[in-house]
Structures are given as C-alpha cells and as structure tokens.
Design a protein around this ligand. Structure first.
Ligand code: TXA
Ligand code: MG
Length: 632
C-alpha cells in the first residue's frame, strides 16, 4: 500500500462527499481513521471478519483485545445484542451520544474477531459529527479501536494517525484535534457487580446515580487481581498502553497536598536532578568499551547513548542528541513549567499539558504532549501526576500505564490515602501500590512454607516460560536457610526439563516483599500470614490460584474466621478429632483449601508430586498470560 489519502473536513459540517466516499470504503471492507469526541478511531465493518482483521493487522494489536462497536442510532444496537437491559437504556438515553461504552450480551451476528470470543460486546455512540456522519453513510456498525499503533499513545490529531498508520490503512479523515483527549469510559453492567473497566471522561461520580454500587475495577490499572475474582474482565487491561518510546516516570501527587503545584514541582525537580546525577555519574565511568553498567543504564533501559549532564530546550533535542547527550523531558503543568525552566536553565524539554485546576485541558493535551516529547527525542520523561478523582482518575490511569507503573513515591499512594472516595472495587486496597524498583523486569515472589518444593517449582516454571519483562524468585514462610529442593521435587522438575539443583531455601523477609511487585502464596493461610505481617503491602499479596482466577476465593479472611493460622500443610491435628467444633471447621476448611490452595505433596508419593507440578504449571501459564509476559 502506498501513502494513505487524508481527507480534511470541517468537523462541525463535514463534506457529504467525503463521508459518502469513506462510507463506501468501509462497506467494501476497508479501514478508515476518523475523529471522535475522545480520540481518533480506526474503523472497519464490525460484521465483516476480514475487515476487522485488517484493524488488528494495521495496529499490531493482540487478537485477544476486543473492539468497541460504534453506532449512530439506538436502532442499530438491537441486532447486535441479546437484550437491552432497562439500566442500559437509561444510560444510553443519558450519556449517548457520548464517551460511554456499555457492554451488552452479544448476539451471534457479532463476530468473535470483534469481541475476542467474549460473550459481551462493547458499544458506544460517539458524539462527533464526522464519526456519526461516517457511520450513517456506511450504513453498518463500525468496530473502531483508537487509531494508534498498539501500545503507543492514542491519537488526538490526524497527524498522529499519519505518523502511526500511514500506508497501513485505506483512508484518514482529518477533522482537526479531538476535544476530550482520553478514551471513553468502559462500563460493564452485564455481571453481578457493575464495574468500570476503563475510567474515562464519564466519571464514576457521573454514573453513580444511574448505576448504584458501581466501582472501578482495580485491575483497570493492570497490576493486581483486585478482589481476586478471576482474570481481567477487560482484556485490554493487561496490555502495555499509551507508552511513548521514552521511559516514563510518574510523580504521584502528595496525598496531603494533591493540588499543590509547589509540592509537585519540588518532587519533580528532585527526581530530574537525581536522573541527571545518575546520568553524569555513568558518563564519568565510560571507558573505551562504552557505558559503565549502573542501575541507570542497566535497569532503566532508557539512556542508550552515553548520558551526559545537560539537556536541551524544547524542540532542540536533536542538537544534544548529536553531542551524545541524554535528554530528559518533563510533562509539566501551567503552574509549574516556569520552575523547571528556571531550575534547569540549560534547558529541559518541557511540555505543558495544562492547568492543574482544569483537568479537562490536561486530558485533552495528555497524549499530544507525550507524543511531542517523544518527537523531541528525549530518553526519559518525568510526568506530573494529578489528583486521581473525577476526570483525574482517567488521566492517572493513562499516565500510570504510560509509565508502565514506574511511579514515585508509589502508584496509587493518593488513592490508598482515601482520596478516591472509596470508588474502588474490592476493598480499601489501592490495587496498584508500587514502590520504586529500578529494575525494568518486574518481580513475582512465590511463597510456600519450607521453600524446598512448591515455591521453587513455581519459580523454575515461571522463569522457564516467561519473557524477560518478569522474573520470579521464591521463599518460604518458615524456611530453613540454604536447604536444597526435596529430591522428589527435583526429579519431577527435571523430568519436565527444569533443573532446580542450584536452588537453596530461604525465609521470606519484609525486604523481599518490598522488592516484589507481586507475592503469590501457595495457600490462603500463607497469604493471610504475610498480609498480617506486612499490612501496608497487603495489596500485592495473593494466593497463586486466586490471582489467576482458579478455584473459588474464600470471602475475606477465611483463615481467621475458621480458626487459627497454623493449620497449613499438616495432616489432621489432635484437636481435630477431640473437639467436634474444630473438626467441623476443619472439614469446611479442607473443602475450601482444595479449591484455593496448591496442596503440599511433602511426604506423599511421586504421583502426588507430579500432580502438584501439573497444577502449578496450569497456574503459572495462566499467570504469565495475565501478566502479559508470554514467550521467551
Ligand atoms: O473513546 C474510545 O473508546 C475510543 C474511540 C475510538 O471510540 N476507542 C477506544 O478503543 O479506545 P480501544 O480499542 O483502544 O479500547 C477499547 C477498550 C479495550 O481496553 C478493550 O479491552 C475494552 O475496551 N473492551 C472492548 N470490548 C470489550 C468487552 N466486550 N469486554 C471487556 N472489555 C472490552
Ligand atoms: Mg486504544
């Protein structure tokens, strides 16, 4: 395909001839990018599998991430869904046309390619004359994801689409910059609990009067299993998103002073200074062989060229690049930009996203600014964070993902301090608390009791199967130090091509939990014990099975409700037979345990070890999928 034709139209009164032309392209199975009120979409006939596949190809989008179907009238929905619940109708009447995507039970007319095989289909009616006009002229429902290359920031201008997709799609309709700038809110009212799967322009506060009890899915930020009730409901949650080429660091607002520009400017300045210091230190250690390895060059992967102190002014990044200098960009606000220009007179690339007082402005310029900083050639972007309430939640959702959860001081600290007003599903856990981890690979810790059998097996499996974005370690809650794995565990692993002979057991420490992005225990008792020991890190500690959504998850703290915490892993105890009550509890417990725990094969037959291995393999494979860490 040559260059993609771009048709300019007046966004308020688009030329009918253009609408009719691209309508015909869509009807004949082509792909067309067009503006909506949120971001530019890449449309194709939602009922034509081949056309839909073209979208995935053009974007490089994983096929298991479903598309939103766009319509221009209520009537178009009927054939696409099994029913329209009353609540949905009310939402449609209130918010459509507009940036709210509602999940419906889909009819057979909607191809699997659109829904990624899910039994729901996301539908919305965009509030933009060009989008509506195109859908009307096409006369078919239009599947349309954001018109960017997969994982890159969404496009808010036609030139962003040209940048990403020129030559890969059939037409681009340029209707000028989009107004809102962040994508629609994705709302799932098809399940028991109404959930916002993706925060967007329509806020939880807007929805509450119509959807009592609506929550934001904690997994919307892609880190935790939240309430532990299974795999992400929205497959999009697990993918990298909105990421420019540069490495992004997000500075979270101070929960005590989330609006304060001074506090934010101070935090950002400190971080930029330390990045510059690190870069300068690394430059000092450069020998003829190239870069000295320090955590900056090794872990962050951001500064590939010899980093030298001193960065360029806006639009001047190419100059410093020629000199082999590292460049840092700041995503600033109107209130703080002057501080950065003053603090870094040599020139930091500063992109001003908008006023901290006007989050609509920030939303509308967010992706634009990330792209601009990329175009300026910076290696690292330090982004100001915003109070995660109202529209701020959608902004922070995008920024945290753009930063790949590299947040300072830690992602969601403002939420865990209660700023989000209890809008998160599950409980008070923020779901994505995270500490500064200079390594780019994220870490999962598998935990069992002795660290000689189940957890080293899981570690071995994980490191064998996952790609380099995640790495596993293991430890035990009551482990002796330095023991090898049990002979049976070693032999079953070896049978499956994994050598655990180098492993030595160790006891889990508070420091290990701090270093981990995720701590996965074999049993509920182990989980509860660790959560009790480390309450501030409770939101990264789960049982392996609950995290991947296998087995039922006992409500809350079953371990403490049923009895003491020492039941784990042992055979019936004396008191089980002597006290009827305890015995009963134990029976209930064992039934639950079978569902949620990975049982301990210690002292059992070789077959039991093989069974445990298979069970772990199933869980670890699902885990790797959930974490988006597939493939070696
Ligand atoms: O504002 C918007 O929604 C823009 C414009 C173009 O309309 N579209 C957009 O689409 O952002 P896309 O594909 O970039 O994001 C759609 C999100 C993904 O995270 C996807 O996983 C989720 O919606 N989604 C779509 N259908 C779903 C379904 N049936 N169940 C769960 N999640 C779904
Ligand atoms: Mg998208």
């Amino acid at each position: 395909m040559g260059r993609t034709p771009v048709y300019r139209v007046d966004p308020r009164r688009p030329d009918e001839a253009v609408l009719s032309l691209v309508g015909a392209i869509l009807r004949s199975g082509g792909t067309v990018a067009f503006p909506t009120e949120t971001v530019y979409g890449l449309g194709a006939n939602a009922l034509d599998v081949r056309a839909v596949r073209r979208i995935f190809e053009a974007k490089g989008r994983p096929p298991d991430n479903p598309l939103i179907v766009h319509v221009s009238s209520f009537e178009e929905i009927r054939p696409l869904v099994t029913d329209i619940p009353e609540q949905a109708r009310l939402l449609m009447e209130t918010f459509w046309p507009g940036p709210l995507t509602i999940l419906f039970r889909r009819s057979n007319l909607v191809p699997d390619a659109v829904t990624a095989g899910l039994d729901t289909v996301g539908i919305r009616m965009p509030d933009h004359p060009v989008a509506l006009g195109i859908i009307r002229h096409a006369g078919i429902p239009i599947a349309a994801p954001s018109a960017n290359l997969s994982s890159y920031p969404s496009p808010t201008r036609a030139d962003h689409v040209v940048h990403d997709l020129d030559g890969r799609i059939d037409a681009i309709v340029d209707g000028g910059p989009t107004g809102i700038g962040v994508e629609s809110t994705v709302l799932d009212i098809s399940g028991e609990k109404p959930l916002i799967l993706r925060p967007g322009y329509i806020t939880i506060e807007d929805l509450r009067p119509f959807v009592p009890g609506v929550m934001v899915d904690p997994r919307a930020d892609g880190v935790s299993a939240g309430d532990g009730s299974g795999p992400p409901r929205s497959p999009g949650q697990k993918y990298r998103h909105y990421s420019p080429k540069a490495t992004v660091w997000l500075v979270e607002p101070d929960p005590k002073a989330p609006e304060s520009p001074d506090v934010m400017a101070e935090r950002v300045t400190r971080l930029v200074r330390s990045l510059l210091d690190d870069a300068a230190a690394a430059a000092g250690r450069i020998g003829p062989g190239g870069l000295a390895e320090n955590h900056f060059t090794k872990g962050w992967g951001g500064l590939k060229d010899p980093p030298v102190h001193g960065i360029s002014g806006e639009g001047d990044a190419s100059k410093s690049r020629q000199n082999g200098e590292a460049t840092i960009g700041i995503l600033a606000s109107e209130e703080t930009e002057r501080t950065y220009r003053r603090e870094f007179p040599d020139g930091v690339v500063v992109a001003t996203v908008g006023s901290r007082e006007h989050l609509r402005e920030v939303a509308s310029r967010l992706f634009l600014c990330l792209r601009r900083l990329d175009d300026a050639g910076v290696d690292t972007i330090v982004a100001e964070g915003f109070r995660p309430t109202g529209l701020g939640l959608a902004i922070m959702n995008r920024l945290r993902r753009a930063a790949d959860f590299r947040c300072l001081p830690e992602c969601g600290s403002a939420v865990s301090e209660g700023l989000a007003g209890g809008g998160w599903a599950g409980d008070s856990r923020s779901g994505f608390e995270r500490e500064l981890n200079p390594s780019r690979a994220r870490k999962v810790f598998f935990v069992c009791t002795g660290n000689t059998c189940r957890s080293p097996m899981a570690e071995g499996l994980f490191n064998h199967l996952a790609n380099a974005t995640w790495v596993a370690e293991s430890a035990g809650t009551a482990a002796a130090e330095g023991e090898p794995v049990s002979p049976q565990a070693r032999s079953v692993a070896l049978k499956h091509g994994i050598d655990l002979s180098g492993h030595r057991s160790r006891r889990i420490t508070s420091d290990m939990i701090s270093r981990a992005d995720l701590v996965l225990t074999m049993t509920t008792a182990q989980r509860d014990m660790l959560r009790k020991q480390e309450p501030s890190k409770a939101d990264r500690i789960f049982t392996l099975k609950e995290y991947v959504g296998f087995g039922a998850s006992p409500e809350g703290d079953v371990a403490s409700r049923i009895g003491d915490e020492s039941r784990e892993g042992d055979s019936p105890r004396k008191e089980d037979v002597s006290k009827e009550g305890v015995l009963k509890k134990n029976v209930v417990w064992r039934a639950l345990e079978a569902l949620v725990d990975v049982g301990d094969p210690y002292g059992l037959s070789d077959e039991a070890y093989e069974e445990t291995w298979k069970e772990l393999e199933r869980c670890v494979k699902a885990l790797i999928q959930n974490l988006g860490a597939s493939g070696v």
